[in-house]
Structure formats: C-alpha cells, structure tokens
Design a protein around this ligand. Sequence first.
Ligand code: CLF
Ligand code: SF4
Length: 485
Amino acid sequence: MSNVISLADITNGRPAAAAGCAAKSCGSSAGQGDMPAELWNRIKDHPCYSEEAHHYFARMHVAVAPACNIQCNYCNRKYDCANESRPGVTSERLTPEQAAAKVMAVAAKVPQLSVLGVAGPGDSLFDWKKTFETFARVKERLPDVKFCISTNGLALPDHIERILDHDIDHVTITINMVDPEVGAQIYPWIFFDKHRLTGVEASRVLHQRQMEGLEALVAKGVLVKVNSVMIPGINDRHLIEVNKALTARGAFLHNVLPLISDPAHGTVFGLEGRPGPTPAALKGVQDSLAGGAKVMRHCRQCRADAVGMLGEDLSQDFTLDKLAEVPATVDPEPRRLYREVVERERADHRAAAARANSALQAAPVAAARLVAVCTKGGSRINQHFGHATEFQVYEVDGTGVRFVGHRKAENYCVGGDGDDERLEVILKVLEGIDTVFVAKIGRCPKADLAKAGIVAVDAHPFEYIETALASWYAAAGADCRRTSA
Ligand code: CLF
Ligand code: SF4
C-alpha cells in the first residue's frame, strides 16, 4: 500500500487545511478549461478521460468477463485483454458477488478510487450478464463511483439500453480499422449470430457493429473513448482514417496504444516476430491525429484486474484471500476530504501551469526538448529516481510544457541498493531523452546517468512539473545563447 498517493504527496507535505488556504488565492477557474462545465464534471475525476485527473484519482478493474466473441492476433486467451491490459495472466476471475466485495474493500482503503471498470479479461459485453450484475451490486453500495466498460464492440448494439440503465457513462470501444481488408490481417475470426465468420467478411461485420454501437452511444450522450492498437506494417498509416471515422461520429477521445508483442505471450503477432512501435513512432502517429477527437497519451495498458493510480498496480494487495473482512459500507468522509483537497490542489496547479506557460513565451528561443520526470502523482516532481517504475515524458518549448507520454521501467533501487542491470534497461528506456527530473537521486546513479549523457536534475523537488520545467528551459535556453555567443 506504500505506493498509494497520499494527501501529503499532492499537497507538497502541507496539511490539507493549509493546502486549502494556499489554493484559495488562486482564482476560481475550477477546471472547465476548454470544455463546457457539464462535460468537465463528467470527466474530471476519471483518470483515463482526463489527463489531469490521472494525477489524483484511481481506477479499479474487476475481472468478471472471461469469454470473448472475437479473436485478435495480438491476444492469447491465457493473458489479459490486450485492449485494456498489459500481458500477464489475470490473477483471479471473479463472480459478480466477489467483485462487489472487492470493490468495497478497495474503496475502504483507497479514497482515490473514482472509477470501476470491466475490461476483460475477455469482452465485457459478450459476458454481459456478469458485467451488469456487478455494476448493479456496486451501485447500491457505492454511489459516488463512476462506471466504465471496455468492449470490442461486436455485441455493443444489443446492449445500449442496459448500459444506460446501469448508469455506465463511459464506454471504450477498441477500433483498429475501418477497412475490412486491414481488419482481416488483425482478426482471424469472429463469432456472431451463432456463426463463426472469418476473413474480410468477419471484419466487415465487426466494423459495421462498431460504428453502429458508437453512433448509438453518442446519440444517447454516453462518453465514448476509442482505443486503437497501433500495429506497425498493418494499421499504423490507417489510424488517420480510423480517427476521421470516430471523430465524425462524435467519439470523445482517441487512445492509440502500442502493440505489445512478445513470442512468450503466444500471440500470432508475437510468434511471427512483429515488433511494436517505438516511442517516437507512437508519438508521431498521436501528433498526426491533432484536430480530430482529443488524443489520450497517458494510457498504461492496464491489467484486467488493475487497482490503483494508473502508474501503479495494487492488484496483489486485494486478492480474494486478503479480503477476509470486507466492510458492508464505506465511510464516505475520507473520500469526501480527499476530493475536497484535490479540488483545491488542481486549481493551484492549473494557475501555476498557466504562469509557467506564459513565462515560457518570453524565454529565449531554443529547440523543443523532451525530458523525463519522476512523479508519484499530484503533478509534482515527488519521486526518488530509484523508486520510479515509469518516467513521464514532457515536451517543452517556447509555447509551453506538454505531457506526451510515459515509459515503463523497473525501479533502479532494490532493497536499498542500485541494480546495474536495471540501470542498463533504464538507459534504453530513456532513448532520445537527455534530462531527467527527480525529487532525489544518489551520487552513483547520477554519475552513471551523466556518463551516458543524461543529466539528472534534482534542484526542483516537489515543485509542480510545469513550473520546474519552464524555469529549467528558460535557463537552459539562456545558457545555449551564452554558449553560442
Ligand atoms: Fe478501465 Fe478503460 Fe475505463 Fe479506464 S482503463 S475500462 S477507460 S477505467 Fe485507462 Fe487502463 Fe488505458 Fe484503459 S489507462 S488501459 S484507457
Ligand atoms: Fe483478446 Fe480482447 Fe481481442 Fe477478445 S477483444 S481477442 S479478449 S484482445
């Protein structure tokens, strides 16, 4: 449980009340940003639908839907759904009753929990009875948690009314193609209307059902996110067409995920050695989608039984054998207090980011820089280099500081000592990045990073990321000018 973000993490160690005082001076732009207030209220606590929210809120998945009605060439049924999961055998498949008990246990210990999702390990709407029964059981007991499902879309048109009846306001559809010829390279078969279909015919039906489901949800006001797995050589160039089709139909978000391919997973793509995209290739495709539906860049390809903030995995803390004393009810007070503090913090953060971005416009002109940040959340540089299991990547230039993605790694410190093999991997993970911001770092790893051409900056502990990066960039730009003068 030590990885769960705490109030101290998001308030830079200030007590909650003090954090509130500081925030009150920061104006009332309570987060509508670039969208209507009603829409913002629906997404502001959802860690996937709002990039900002993922710094503060947690989701959990319950693995109640093991069966699937299609076959994707990047999936092996023994592993989590690659649409919404990183490969890894699901620890437990749950009955709806067990799932509801698990949700209560997590809510009692993780006040950050704001969303319950069903994302496999099969398809949430093929195994629909278990999915909807789970939501019905939780709705009675935890009314402040939002509901979310992920589906391949084949069965979606048959469940629109049920989705509405169960207050499921967020639906993800995985759409990898809008051209059945492309689809035939991804889906060897589907099972539809009691028949097994193959080849282009299978993808034609899947495509029609996905579009029909998307249109029906949007017409009913449900927020739809589309996930697309980027498969180099098959649909990477085609994703622009996918983006146009989903934007025209009113999807809210487009999330392009890298293919995860490993022969050990036993998938078709893994066994044929098809590589996933590089971080630069993924960013290139994401950048090319600007102008369509909003692009999600902070997806962590979660397990079907994921628990916690997006960058962490607490699923092993909440296995069935550890749920002996499940509370019948959850005290709402810690959850209410947490949300109150977050509201103040994010107003404070938003004002600080705006100040930083406007200061950058007056900074010396220099090239855009990609940098990595160690953070536990709260939009702050608040993690020790040795504890980081991922690096958040930001792009900085004279127009502002932008989050562009994350890169996973294993933490360098193990049992108090640095692990040289892991450092080697971290250096590869940081390819193309020459600066990493940390709350703290030991002398040895700092020197090793420097030898590899990476500067570890530890001069901004617990500052907001935008504030630190903007002041660093302005100073670096000035240095460049001095050097070149
Ligand atoms: Fe889960 Fe998906 Fe709902 Fe989020 S995950 S069902 S929308 S609550 Fe989020 Fe995880 Fe990415 Fe999914 S980071 S894999 S996008
Ligand atoms: Fe696997 Fe999900 Fe595809 Fe079904 S929809 S085959 S569970 S990746």
